[in-house]
Design a protein around this ligand. Structure first.
Ligand code: 3BY
Ligand code: FES
Ligand code: FE
Length: 412
């Protein structure tokens, strides 16, 4: 629970926010609120990390930093995937550098304390005989998987996960992510608060004008929005996909959404010409012509699984006005680069899109920083997912500081 002055400030800011408007300036600029976000939002949410196949064998690990917390996913000799804070229990040094690799044991580089693959402390030289190693194992984090995708939560008591799992697992089953490999990764440094990154990522009001490459295949409607509600014959598409054995209807929980939607007519993949960019697809149903399965988690990501690849977009906060955007592309493990796909063919559309979005986020931040900024109204028709994101955020803040959730419906 934050201290009283911060609680009072947050509570006053929530109370002054007009519903269905962008947030008061401090939420996009204030260092104290940024620290609150790291602790109470990123520190308590389920976050999508990637695929199990990135940590395939006993001893493989993936280390990364979430906010200020280095974490570690490690597959044990018993095949179990475990997560830990990558912080030594001696004096707190980060143990493994961020990245992927193999480690049978975890050796802290500072004073050589050694942990086994279950996080138990095995070696701590020059400590007294009565020192209790069993009380100094690595602190665990929660790890869950869904059809080959991996999620972590740093909180002692994570939000409920089972409903998300049970809905998403059958939707993802046809995409064979257990046989996918990481084919490309791109990290962008953005001069914008993570919430501006996410608000931008949750709407396609800007897509028609802002994303010429994506808009070729992405189903923006005549006004340029991404909105499954506005799609021509969405029910017909869903019925066809479900008849082919792919659960597709939109489902959502408090912090997650999933749905399959059609690409623009004649497009089977999110590429420049709408044709697949990978010769060996992940999904064989209907020749890989399965639209896109989109799922998204508050606070930080969305993912699209088309027939031939999967892309994950994730926002990681660095500072009040700095965010890392990590994009990862996955293809079938047997697809060979240069033979079955090229990196450029795979990455082009989303790379251009992410660069365009970075420019938009940065100009958004510059305008929001102005003395002249006041919260502005979202378009209910075109920015419903962005509204969903900020509503989820303000509800989460309200819950953490123990005040009633602010009204979110406009009073007529
Ligand atoms: O969540 C999505 O699907 C992203 C992709 C482009 C715009 N936005 C709605
Ligand atoms: Fe890790 Fe000292 S901080 S061994
Ligand atoms: Fe965009």
């Amino acid at each position: 629970m934050p201290d009283t002055p911060l609680r009072n400030r947050l509570s006053a800011l929530l109370a002054q926010r007009p519903p269905r408007h962008t947030l008061p300036q401090a939420f996009y600029t204030d260092p104290e609120i940024f620290e609150f976000d790291l602790r109470e939002i990123y520190g308590r949410s389920w976050l999508l990390i990637g695929l199990e196949t990135e940590i395939p064998d006993p001893g493989s690990y993936l280390a990364m930093t979430i906010g200020r917390s280095p974490i570690l996913l490690l597959r044990g000799q018993d095949g179990v995937l475990r997560g830990f804070f990558n912080t030594c229990r001696h004096r707190g040094a980060q143990i493994l550098a961020d990245g992927c690799g193999h480690a049978q044991r975890l050796l802290c580089p500072y004073h050589q304390w050694m942990y086994d693959d279950t996080g138990a402390l095995r070696g701590a030289g020059r400590m007294p005989r009565e020192f209790d190693k069993s009380a100094h194992g690595l602190n665990p984090i929660h790890v869950r998987t869904v059809a080959g995708t991996v999620y972590v939560c740093l909180a002692a008591e994570p939000p409920e996960f089972d409903a998300f799992h049970d809905h998403l697992a059958p939707m993802l089953a046809g995409h064979d992510l257990g046989n996918a490999k990481l084919a490309a990764e791109c990290t962008l440094f953005e001069r914008g608060n993570w919430k501006l990154v996410m608000e931008n990522a949750r709407e396609c009001y800007h897509c028609g004008a802002g994303h010429p490459e994506l808009a070729r295949s992405f189903p923006t409607d005549v006004r340029g929005n991404f909105s499954t509600a506005g799609m021509v014959d969405l029910p017909g598409f869903i019925a066809r996909m479900e008849a082919l054995g792919l659960p597709s209807a939109a489902v959502q929980g408090e912090w997650w959404q999933a749905s399959r939607f059609p690409l623009r007519d004649g497009n089977v993949s999110m590429t420049m010409d709408g044709t697949p960019c990978v010769a060996k697809p992940l999904c064989h149903v209907n020749g890989g012509d399965v639209g896109s399965l989109r799922w998204a988690l508050e606070p930080h990501c969305f993912a699209h699984a088309v027939g031939d690849f999967l892309i994950i977009f994730s926002a990681l906060p660095l500072a009040p006005q700095e965010t890392l955007v990590v994009a990862k592309w996955y293809v079938h493990k047997d697809a060979e680069e240069g033979v079955d796909y090229t990196r450029d063919g795979l990455m082009h559309v989303w790379n251009e899109t992410n660069l365009q979005d970075r420019a938009l986020v940065e100009l958004n931040q510059r305008g929001v920083n102005s003395l002249g900024y006041v919260p502005g109204p979202y378009s209910e028709a075109s920015e419903s997912l962005a509204i969903g994101f900020t509503d989820w955020y303000v509800n989460s803040v309200a819950r953490r500081i123990g005040v009633a959730a602010p009204a979110q419906k406009l009073v007529d």
